[in-house]
Write a protein that binds this ligand. Structure first.
Ligand SMILES: Cc1cc2nc3c(=O)[nH]c(=O)nc-3n(C[C@H](O)[C@H](O)[C@H](O)COP(=O)(O)OP(=O)(O)OC[C@H]3O[C@@H](n4cnc5c(N)ncnc54)[C@H](O)[C@@H]3O)c2cc1C
Length: 364
């Protein structure tokens, strides 16, 4: 039976998943509150996450560069459900911007300039366009006119629809709204002894914080560590994100994000020399040496991506009063809005969840 709009809901976790869920409930006029585990008040939201155990302290959404890209560069194909996810994503963040009265601040356009690693890759890019492959709707013809600061001997191709979402701003602004309405509580959820558990419906959006509980439901959450550097530089990328496995994303005011590393199944996410070197080494070949030598690193952050076994998100119901939104992995910004919208239709309208995201795919 679907839930009623007059039922009370508690969303646990105020990362991207929890915020998107709150937005969906807000639109429907549902009675809800959002809980998030208290953080050390002396640390700012952009301070690197380290030392404390990841179960409640990890906030992937605050570390993420927030990029979205409809193309998977490994084989030059479109990512899963690219068109639907791009459309729902754009509409959702624009509506949230307007609701929070911060138009133009959350969703940003920044085409990706994919620097080709070799001539075979260049040929594959050209072939995708010639063949009118599905991905061709997202990519532009090969070019050799790279900006002066970029080294691209094999040329490059552009993905014009790519960009980024200012996740810290989205999270902070939505939280301020919730606080102003008395809908936010700093509270750590403990599934085994919470007295409100009898009276409310929970939507568990705890990211890697839900790992142990979800394992009891045969849902594996893999904690995939990543590093991102914040850089100051005079490099001119013509407002494009430059990509060659590692990427450099312009964030305005000569500031760039350089990311990201990827390490599977890490328990504690700590900024390391190794992570920093991997990022710098990865970007060095496509930046002129003069610019590279003058990069100034102003921050180094790390976090744990909550990833599922099959790289598809988890949405569904795991017991009488608990729903799940998790497993956003590396593409939370792009897949999150459509997944949250599917879950809310499942909760209130009894609409079946798409098989690929339904937690029931692991229930046997
Ligand atoms: C280095 C790095 C770079 C990334 N770059 C990108 C990118 O460019 N684009 C992209 O789309 N994705 C990116 N990601 C992935 C993205 O961050 C995730 O997909 C997404 O943020 C996950 O959101 P979430 O809400 O599920 O988890 P989180 O953001 O981790 O939020 C979980 C929340 O639950 C709270 N919580 C946990 N346990 C409890 C508890 N017991 N009680 C109460 N609250 C609790 C935590 O405090 C936290 O606020 C990146 C991730 C990393 C680590």
């Amino acid at each position: 039976m679907p839930a009623s709009l007059s039922d009370k809901f508690i969303i646990v976790g105020a990362g991207l998943a929890g915020t998107l869920m709150a937005w969906e409930l807000e639109k429907r006029g549902v009675i809800y509150e959002v809980w998030d585990a208290p953080k050390n008040p002396s640390k700012s939201s952009r301070t690197p996450i380290h030392s404390s155990p990841p179960n409640t302290s990890n906030q992937a959404s605050r570390v993420a560069a927030g990029m979205f890209n409809p193309v998977s560069f490994k084989r030059i194909v479109e990512v899963w459900n690219a068109r639907e996810h791009m459309d729902v994503m754009r509409e959702t963040y624009l509506k949230i911007e307007s609701f929070l009265k911060i138009p133009g601040k959350i969703l940003h356009k920044s085409p990706i300039m994919r620097v080709f690693p070799n001539s075979q890759y260049r040929m594959l890019w050209e072939k995708r366009l010639e063949d009118e492959h599905n991905v061709s709707q997202f990519i532009r013809p090969v070019s050799d006119e790279a900006p002066d600061d970029i080294v691209a001997p094999h040329g490059f191709g552009v993905v014009p629809e790519a960009g980024w979402v200012d996740l810290p701003l989205l999270l902070d602004s939505f939280r301020s709204f919730l606080e102003s309405k008395g809908k936010f509580r700093e509270k750590t959820y403990n599934s085994t002894f919470d007295d409100t558990i009898q009276t409310s419906n929970f939507i568990d959006c705890r990211g890697v914080g839900a790992t142990e509980d979800l394992a009891n439901h045969n849902l594996k959450i893999q904690s995939d560590h990543g590093d991102v550097l914040t850089i100051k530089s005079n490099i001119n990328t013509k407002n494009m994100c430059v990509n060659r496995v590692k990427w450099l994303l312009p964030r305005g005011n000569h500031t760039y994000k350089l990311g990201a590393t990827y390490k599977w199944n890490v328990v504690n996410s700590i900024p390391s020399e190794e992570g920093r070197e991997e990022l710098l080494t990865g970007i060095k070949p496509i930046i002129s040496s003069e610019v590279f030598d003058n990069l100034e690193i102003t921050n180094h952050e790390t976090g744990l991506r909550p990833a599922s076994k099959d790289r598809r998100p988890y949405a569904g119901k795991i017991n009488e009063n608990t729903y799940i939104l998790n497993g956003f992995g590396t593409r939370g910004v792009l897949i999150g809005p459509a997944t949250a919208a599917h879950l809310v239709r499942f909760i209130f309208e009894d609409k079946e969840l798409p098989k690929e995201i339904n937690t029931a795919r692991y229930s046997s």
